[in-house]
Design a protein around this ligand. Structure first.
Ligand code: ASP
Length: 345
């Protein structure tokens, strides 16, 4: 009698960058520990089950708290995925939660024409603690990366799969630490993993990677009583982009035109000014209120419903492509990877 062949297990590449998930307790608080994830994974029995994907683990050295992750590390992750892209069904990136939404956004712009999932996850409680969220985030993240056809950079956390450039960290201690305020979840992991198929992007054709460069970018959050003069000195020709977190639909205090004078200096310097809302949900639409007139005068553009994380990383991306200012401004207002939707007026 012919032996039934076991179906081939899918393969996932896990890239461990650091973060709480693999941290240990030290005299100075939690800190990442090399070798820890490898040994913890070898003890999780479920991972050797035939319906779980097989995996290879790449551990970075040093492992980082995600506060220290920026353009250099995004580039490294991008290169590591590109090199191994054909060898795996999907990628799972273990990452600290503090800046995970930035890395997810950056990778979503860095990669074009994706055909497989790149999923970031981590945890609020380290894997070594008896009660933790790490184990489920890891196991479910791995299952989704290996078994589902989701050609996007996503973030899996607290039972939700979120488009990477729509994610934002909303809690420093809840186990549901991330949300997607302006876009539906891509999947809910309840009793079953239910994909929200109509919101998942179509697979691409021929992966492309854009290498990011470092650029001077600033984020300025408006608050009542803000003394704009404080920020005058940062408006140099080196500043390539500034994201203004404005009130509501993109409004700023009049304050005798003080901000506008400063932003006009930014405009003369060739700095791209993008306006996002500081509300968790909704859009910044310049022109909706008179209180946004000064921003329009200074040549600012609407970030619509983009998260600040998406606006910042999109600036890095477009500046790295070396486009001229007008083209960058146009693309900042255009949906490139599902990161924004222009409201219909
Ligand atoms: N500070 C940690 C980090 O972002 C927090 C976490 O992982 O939850 O690396």
């Amino acid at each position: 009698m012919a032996m039934e062949k076991e179906p081939m297990r899918k393969k996932v590449c896990i890239i461990h960058t650091g973060g709480t998930i693999g941290m240990a307790r030290t005299d100075y608080g939690y800190s990442p520990k090399n070798g820890f994830i490898q040994s913890a994974l070898s003890k999780i029995e479920e991972l050797s089950s035939s319906d779980m994907p097989e995996f290879d683990l790449i551990e970075y050295d040093p492992l980082l708290d995600s506060s220290d992750i920026s353009v250099r590390e995004w580039k490294k992750v991008g290169r590591d995925i590109e090199k191994r892209y054909e060898d795996y069904e999907g990628f799972l990136i273990l990452h600290g939660t503090d800046t995970m939404a930035y890395t997810a956004s950056a990778l979503s712009f860095m990669f074009e024409e994706l055909t497989k999932p790149i999923i970031l996850t981590g945890s609020q409680i380290p894997l070594f603690e008896k009660r933790n969220d790490a184990r489920d985030n890891l196991i479910t993240g791995l299952m989704i990366a290996g078994n589902y056809s989701i050609p996007e950079v996503c973030l899996y956390f607290g039972n939700k799969l979120i488009r990477g450039n729509r994610a934002t960290k909303v809690s420093s201690d809840d186990l549901i630490a991330f949300d997607s305020p302006n876009f539906p979840y891509l999947a809910d992991a309840g009793v079953r993993i239910a994909l929200n198929q109509k919101n998942i992007r179509k697979p691409g054709n021929g992966l492309r990677l854009t290498q990011f460069q470092e650029h001077q970018i600033a984020v300025l959050k408006i608050f009542p009583g803000i003394q704009f003069e404080v920020f005058e000195n940062i408006m140099t020709t080196n500043l390539k982009g500034i994201v203004i977190e404005a009130f509501g639909a993109g409004n700023i205090p009049e304050n005798h035109g003080a901000l506008v004078r400063i932003l006009e200096k930014a405009k003369e310097n060739g700095t791209i000014i993008v306006v996002c809302t500081q509300c968790l949900k909704g859009s910044a639409i310049l022109g909706e209120y008179e209180a946004s007139r000064g921003l329009i005068k200074a040549g600012a553009i609407s970030g619509y419903d983009m998260t600040v994380e998406a606006a910042v990383t999109k600036l890095y991306y477009l500046l790295s492509l070396g486009y001229d200012i007008d083209h960058i401004k146009k693309l900042m207002e255009t949906n490139l990877r599902g990161e924004l939707e222009k409201p219909t007026l």
